[in-house]
Design a protein. Structure first.
Length: 235
């Protein structure tokens, strides 16, 4: 059956690690976007204030290192809490199956019938499932959990930090390579192009790309404006 599914749907992920891969992809895309936008926005704010090149680079480096550490820690804590919740739900469902098998059978029958089966067919299917792995079926249908593919906090933390660094590297390189007078424009251009790319990778939808571009441009404009006002006030 699995081989037939793979033949009919070759581009659809049916492997057991599908959830983990999606979670890592989510952390990577979010990390890259945060690295691009936060570091670019900070650089433009400092550029707008009229700071020296050394100050701009120091601020960008500090934002890159601290941002990567913050992203990794945040992802680890968040995904760890999610995993603890999933494990608690799995333990609760296992106990219910052991203590209340009839009620759980009726619950599974009702869920299967909700997919268009007759009650009789759903009941027979629930009995057949009970003879194999009722816990897995209940977790998937009732709670939307794959017991063999729980989220991994270490993977999320790693990909979040690495992608943040990769994203932050783009505006940092732009400010390093571009002439001082055009540094702000170079950072803004590289940032918008990078956001368009990450939007395409994450969703492959024009709406997602446009949303990222508008949000990123707004963030850059606000921070540059604040930096300019601050520079004028100090001057």
């Amino acid at each position: 059956m699995k081989a037939m599914v793979d033949i009919l749907h070759p581009t659809e992920p049916h492997a057991a690690s599908h959830n983990s891969r999606l979670n890592s992809l989510r952390a990577a895309v979010l990390g890259a976007n945060d690295g691009i936008v936060s570091v670019a926005a900070l650089l433009l704010g400092v550029v707008g204030s009229g700071a020296s090149d050394q100050t701009i680079l120091t601020a960008g480096l500090a934002a890159t290192v601290s941002g990567a550490a913050s992203m990794a820690l945040g992802e680890y804590v968040s995904v760890s809490a999610q995993r603890d919740s999933e494990r608690a739900l799995i333990a609760k469902e296992r106990w219910e199956l052991a203590e209340f098998p009839e009620q759980e059978h009726a619950e599974l029958t009702e869920m299967l019938a909700g997919y268009g089966m007759s009650v009789e067919t759903a009941s027979r299917a629930a009995y057949e499932i009970a003879d194999n792995d009722p816990l897995d079926a209940h977790l998937r249908l009732e709670l939307g959990i794959d017991g063999d593919d729980l989220t991994n906090p270490w993977h999320a933390a790693f990909w979040s930090a690495v992608s943040f660094l990769a994203g932050a590297l783009l505006p940092m390189l732009a400010i390093l390579i571009a002439p001082s007078a055009a540094g702000g424009w170079a950072v803004a251009l590289v940032t918008l192009l990078a956001l368009a790319l990450t939007g395409y990778i994450s969703a492959r939808l024009a709406r997602a790309v446009i949303r990222l571009l508008i949000g990123g441009a707004a963030g850059l404009a606000v921070t540059y404006g604040i930096g300019t006002l601050f520079g004028v006030a100090v001057g």
